[in-house]
Design a protein around this ligand. Structure first.
Ligand code: ADP
Length: 271
């Protein structure tokens, strides 16, 4: 009889506690939603005045005025800091959109090889300025169905990091290859590398291995989180192989597409 009472009261208490917990969680959920919306809206609103500031700096820099020329150093500092802020705002906006499920990927068939070649070309000057040998080994004619702009952004983050975290005189290489199951974009560097412990944390938001050492590189620790999100949205993953003080290889693995099936199903835009 006691056992029956025990079981009975458990059966009654479980739904009641679920109901109460659900009620008390509702405001917390709402607060989170509001917070996410606030970040998205704030990032969006901050972009306009910042663009105005940046345009005004450019106008000032072009003026033939001795006083302005004497103060060019300060103007350049403002320009560089506003560029960092613009990048931070656009990263925050992208992450907020991602969290609100408002980030829609444009999936179209495109030439992944051309995208990689273009990217290496874009980064050539930055690498050159830093005295880093940038090379490529890109398999030609590789087609892929996905969001070209976003994937370019992800690969660019890896390439940008490879250059940032490799000292002068080092080497960086971007490779594109085709395995049985995956297309692989590899970014190899001979830079500062990562320990096992650091490797496990680098995808977390705002994580930087050594903030003091990295300060001059200007990032805030959002890049890999964004790259990881974009690649996962394509059903892929980012793999890291790294040895501290020797270098790293960051690889984007994208499941190989079934292009024949895709073209039959749809001519162009698919999501
Ligand atoms: P950010 O570069 O803006 O700091 P990321 O999210 O792109 O942010 O990278 C997070 C951290 O991972 C970096 O601060 C850096 O410490 C480490 N990291 C990323 N890429 C590399 C690399 N190629 N070599 C060594 N460390 C790296």
């Amino acid at each position: 009889f006691l056992l029956l009472i025990g079981i009975g009261s458990i059966l009654v208490l479980i739904p009641i506690s679920y109901f109460l917990a659900g009620k008390s969680l509702l405001p917390i959920k709402e607060t989170f939603e509001n917070q996410k919306k606030f970040i998205a809206d704030a990032s969006h609103e901050l972009r306009t005045p910042l663009t105005v500031i940046q345009t005004n700096i450019e106008v000032l820099k072009l003026k033939e005025d001795e006083q302005i020329k004497d103060n060019m150093k300060w103007l350049n500092n403002i320009a560089s800091e506003s560029e960092t802020m613009a990048k931070l705002i656009s990263d925050l906006l992208l992450l907020a959109q991602a969290e609100n499920q408002r980030l829609v990927l444009e999936k179209e068939v495109f030439d992944l090889s051309s995208m990689c070649t273009l990217l290496v070309g874009l980064m050539a000057e930055i690498a050159n300025e830093k005295g880093i040998e940038l090379s490529e080994n890109i398999l030609p004619g590789v087609q892929y169905r996905g969001d070209e702009e976003r994937l370019k952004q992800a690969a660019r983050i890896l390439l940008d990091n490879a250059i940032k975290y490799t000292p002068t005189g080092g080497k960086v290489q971007l490779c594109l290859s085709q395995g049985k199951r995956n297309l692989v974009i590899e970014v190899k560097d001979t830079g500062i590398g990562l320990t096992e412990e650091e490797k496990a944390k680098v995808f977390s938001r705002f994580y930087r291995v050594d903030d003091a050492r990295n300060r001059e590189t200007g990032g805030v620790g959002l890049g890999l989180n964004i790259a990881d999100f974009i690649v996962k949205k394509h059903g892929g993953k980012i793999k890291i192989e790294s040895v501290a003080n020797k270098g790293s290889t960051f690889s984007i693995l994208l499941p190989r597409p079934n292009l024949k099936q895709d073209t039959k199903k749809n001519n162009h835009k698919i999501d």
